[in-house]
Design a binder for this molecule. Structure first.
Ligand SMILES: Nc1ncnc2c1ncn2[C@@H]1O[C@H](COP(=O)(O)OP(=O)(O)O)[C@@H](O)[C@H]1O
Ligand SMILES: [Mg+2]
Length: 179
């Protein structure tokens, strides 16, 4: 079941697994969805983004980071694996509204193996108090901790994207959608 992004305003599900399936019809809508997700995040959260090239992972992260008042340009850190930004938790974020947050933006497209991820300290980062946003998360899935957000994007037309957002405590844990 898909709903338009405009009509979607869900409270954080906390540790209870939840899911939203949305259709975005423009890059702006995808950025707005990123901003909406930002309001539900907490310190230490990990968001795993999956989806083919051009489905809007970076676009959604740009909207998310804008909502966190990140002023640095947000682009896929394709050649460096990770970019680091400084942002601020929005009100009424329970991260402590207005408090600074370090945002780690990973892009694992070119990841050679999970060893490379461990070498750059990803394990510590993702288990720390910052916010980890991971593009091509499936390429480093075994290093990403639980619980985590999983956002999967897919093409649904030239400017349309299907976006599924879930908060999972474990692999497919408690996710009884009857698919
Ligand atoms: N509904 C949409 N959501 C996100 N991006 C869209 C959408 N419609 C068109 N686009 C375009 O698709 C591209 C997505 O690129 P990007 O966010 O870099 O993808 P990814 O990081 O997944 O490779 C952008 O050029 C964006 O303008
Ligand atoms: Mg990208």
């Amino acid at each position: 079941m898909q709903r338009e992004i405009e009509s979607q305003a869900q409270p954080r599900e906390g540790a209870v697994p939840g899911e939203e399936c949305l259709q975005s019809r423009s890059a702006d809508q995808t950025r707005a969805l990123g901003a909406r997700l930002a309001a539900r995040l907490r310190p230490g959260d990990v968001v795993a983004f999956t989806g083919d090239l051009g489905t809007g992972k970076t676009c959604m992260i740009q909207g998310l980071c804008a909502a966190l008042e990140v002023t640095d340009p947000v682009n896929s850190p394709t050649f460096v694996l990770i970019n680091e930004y400084v942002g601020r938790w929005p009100e009424p974020g329970a991260g402590g509204a207005g408090e600074a947050v370090t945002v780690y933006h990973f892009d694992l497209y070119r990841l050679a193996g999970s060893g490379e991820l461990l070498d750059i300290g990803a394990d510590e980062i993702m288990n720390g108090d910052g916010l980890s946003l991971v593009e091509w998360a499936d390429r480093g899935a075994e290093v990403l901790p639980w619980p985590r957000w999983e956002v999967s994007l897919s093409h649904a037309g030239q400017n349309s994207r299907d976006i599924r957002c879930r908060y999972l405590t474990q692999p497919d844990g408690g996710d009884h959608r009857g698919e």
